[in-house]
Design a protein around this ligand. Structure first.
Ligand SMILES: NC(=O)c1ccc[n+]([C@@H]2O[C@H](COP(=O)([O-])OP(=O)(O)OC[C@H]3O[C@@H](n4cnc5c(N)ncnc54)[C@H](OP(=O)(O)O)[C@@H]3O)[C@@H](O)[C@H]2O)c1
Length: 316
């Protein structure tokens, strides 16, 4: 595994990190999740990413993770970076979502209980709240760190201008922003338009989620929607109607990947990692085989100018 510094900070993250959004919830096969986490750690993936609402049902990924910790990872707590988040709907009433201090701190307490942890390494504000002053949300992150419930603070899905503002507030509070978690892949490139520049200026790391566009940027859907795939599941966030319109580009990208001697998944991850401002790619997986395929992306990260030009043409 390759480890990269998170922005300008001391913390290093593996170039490939594993998220528990899908395939680790109450609806999934417990032993499959366990096998993936064990294999991931053995390959040097020291960072597991969660959120209060991962499941389904919401909370069940953290509950399962608590069991995996208990069974397998307790002796390795100091070798692990575990993150969680609060921002999306988690419980009824006015305190169960968005960005108030009440919600963030209560949610973090619940997450720690579900996972059986004393602290998380990174606590994120999962999404910006248009109706709560940014100061309040950032004060909650600062409080989480100062109280010892989190080691670092992060933000996710914040646009460039709000990121700059959040960073300013967090610096004043004395708990600087460690990392930003945005959606980024060959199919979703908004962060190139300002956010990456802000992150570099502020010394904040970047861990893009869904670098495989939830599986679209792999060979998974080349021949239709297979049984058991994310797009085939009623609770999957990838909808079947998203597959068709993407597939022509996927086929062309796959040809370039083959000519590079890589799987499309590997090329898609290498493409995200080619920017020096990217700390780690935050992948999902449904099997040990996918995990191994993805980590092997690190064996070939470089692109020729010609390859980049061909990819650019396909994406446009
Ligand atoms: N901050 C946020 O708002 C936010 C939002 C979304 C996600 N996230 C984080 O980002 C993590 C990753 O998101 P994601 O799961 O959407 O990432 P992704 O890596 O884009 O997609 C993962 C899916 O792609 C397929 N796949 C992975 N490797 C493959 C391979 N080698 N060959 C073929 N198919 C492969 C699998 O689909 P199948 O299941 O069909 O096999 C897998 O479940 C999440 O777990 C979560 O931690 C954060």
């Amino acid at each position: 595994m390759q480890y990269n510094r998170t922005g300008k900070w001391g913390l290093k993250l593996p170039a490939v990190s594993l998220g528990l959004w899908h395939n680790f919830g109450g609806v999934d096969v417990f032993e499959n999740g366990r096998a993936m986490l064990r294999r991931a750690f053995d390959m040097g993936i020291t960072h597991f990413d969660l959120a209060n609402n991962y499941g389904p049902p919401p909370g069940s990924a953290e509950e399962n993770f608590g069991k995996y910790m208990q069974q397998d990872f307790r002796p390795y707590r100091d070798e692990l970076i575990i993150s969680t988040k609060a921002g999306y709907l988690m419980w009824p009433g006015p305190y169960g979502e968005w960005g108030s201090r009440k919600y963030l701190i209560s949610s973090l307490d619940q997450s720690l209980k579900r996972m059986g942890l004393e602290y998380v390494d990174i606590f994120y504000s999962h999404r910006p709240d248009p109706d709560t002053p940014l100061e309040e949300t950032m004060m909650a992150l600062d409080q989480a760190v100062r109280s010892g419930k989190a080691l670092y603070a992060g933000i996710s899905n914040y646009p460039a201008d709000m990121t700059r503002e959040a960073s300013k507030i967090l610096k004043l509070l004395g708990t600087p922003c460690l990392i930003h978690q945005p959606k980024y892949s060959m199919f979703e490139r908004w962060i190139e338009d300002g956010l990456l520049d802000v992150l570099e200026e502020e010394g904040i790391g970047c861990i893009p989620f869904s670098p495989l566009a939830q599986g679209l940027l792999t060979d998974r859907y080349l021949n239709g929607i297979p049984e058991g795939s994310r797009a085939s599941k009623s609770w999957g966030f990838l909808k079947p109607e998203q597959v068709g319109p993407a597939i022509e580009k996927v086929r062309k990208l796959n040809e370039i990947a083959v000519s590079r001697g890589q799987s499309l998944a590997q090329m898609a991850l290498a493409w995200v990692l080619k920017d020096h401002r990217i700390t780690s790619v935050l992948i999902g997986a449904s099997s040990v085989r996918q995990l191994e395929d993805n980590v092997a992306a690190l064996e070939k990260l470089a692109f020729s100018d010609e390859e980049l030009e061909m990819i650019r043409n396909i994406l446009e």
